[in-house]
Write a protein that binds this ligand. Structure first.
Ligand SMILES: [Zn+2]
Length: 357
């Protein structure tokens, strides 16, 4: 029951309950919780954990908080490997998604294909500078979306001036991999690519640069939509285990990785991964972003009472090889200095580990 009530609710609009029903916030107050219903009550806690552990919802969390309708579609149409015999509970609420404020897609999807092969047209956008510098020292995200397959690449930059260099390296690698050439790139007419020298690079190698502001809103929507999805999902993932916002680049990287594996092309009914690779992606090794992990010390001479593992948390997946990137928690005596470093500087490289799957 409320012990006091104030009507100062400027920051709050509505409330969503566990059964997805909504209510209006009338006021803010202090409440007293009777011990009978407190979280320390064992029976209640077990029931709560049991419902959270439903496999459908676990996969929702493992796969970067992908929508349940997409998960159902992936399973029904057998578009990925590793997702079988899972049931999905309807109308459940994910607190991380609520915190990330998922919004419905308002742009209508295109009903025709305007490209016939990968790299015919690339959509590009640049976001930043971000509030926090990432742990690798980056302040910008450079997003590239292939119009045909919707395959997405994201690169993190310290400064805008790196765009042309990063794009030239990307172009060489992508053209080799797909064995075809990039015809044109499209960005919106904002000034985000000013002073990046990308124009000079495109002129030099014969790639046409279009600006989508002169086209219809649906055309410039491709990369904007992708950007919004990546950022929204990343926010949900950071919220899930209260991971520091300094890890925003790792969260975006994971959402980008997952979106290539998961979001089927609405006209071709294949995932972006399957279109160029001609095989279904295997998602069985995905884990929840930020989840705790134990890193066992295999080859070290350990004292009888010395602990056999370090504790860390999962960050993202390597794009080059089948590996997890993990942040190893520093020993207790280093923690205070480490936390200061995390908030103010960069995390020391020795705490970022690559673990082979
Ligand atoms: Zn969620």
């Amino acid at each position: 029951m409320f012990t006091s009530l104030s009507e100062n609710v400027e920051d709050y609009d509505k409330i969503t309950f566990g059964d997805n029903s909504k209510g209006k916030v009338e006021g803010l107050g202090k409440i007293e919780i009777s011990s009978e219903y407190s979280i320390s009550n064992k029976a209640n806690l077990q029931a709560c954990l049991f419902s959270k552990n439903s496999m459908g919802w676990l996969w929702h969390r493992r796969l970067a908080h992908v929508g349940m309708s997409t998960l159902k579609k992936l399973m029904k149409k057998d578009l990925v490997r590793g997702l079988k015999d899972i049931t999905f509970e309807k109308d459940k609420l994910c607190s991380a998604c609520q915190a990330g404020k998922q919004v419905a897609n308002t742009h209508p999807n295109k009903t025709f294909m305007s490209t016939s092969r990968p790299l015919e047209l690339l959509h590009m956008d640049l976001f930043g500078p971000t509030t926090y510098t990432s742990i690798d020292g980056n302040n910008y995200g450079f997003v590239i979306v292939d119009d045909f397959s919707r395959y997405t690449w994201v690169y993190f930059l310290e400064d805008k001036t790196e765009v042309a260099h990063v794009f030239s390296k990307f172009a060489k690698r992508a053209q080799n991999e797909f064995n075809t050439s990039i015809v044109k790139i499209r960005s919106d007419n904002g000034r985000e690519f000013d002073n990046t020298n990308i124009e000079e690079y495109c002129d030099e190698v014969g790639i046409k640069h279009e600006f989508s502001a002169t086209y219809t809103p649906q055309q410039n929507g491709v990369v904007e939509r992708k950007n919004r999805t990546l950022i929204t999902l990343a926010r949900s993932m950071l919220d899930e285990y209260g991971t520091s916002e300094k890890f925003w680049a790792e969260a975006i990287n994971t959402t980008c990785y997952a979106s290539n594996w998961l979001y089927p092309h609405h006209l071709l009914d294949k995932t972006p991964y399957e279109l160029p690779n001609v095989r279904k992606p295997n998602i069985s090794y995905f884990w929840v972003f930020g989840c705790k992990c134990y890193i066992y010390k295999k080859r070290q001479q350990l004292d009888k009472f010395q602990r056999r593992c370090d504790i860390g948390f999962l960050l993202d997946y390597s794009s080059k090889s089948k590996a997890y990137r993990v942040f190893k928690m520093p020993p207790a005596w280093l923690k205070r200095r480490m936390m200061w470093n995390l908030m103010n500087l960069m995390a020391p490289k020795e705490y970022m580990l690559m673990l082979w799957i």
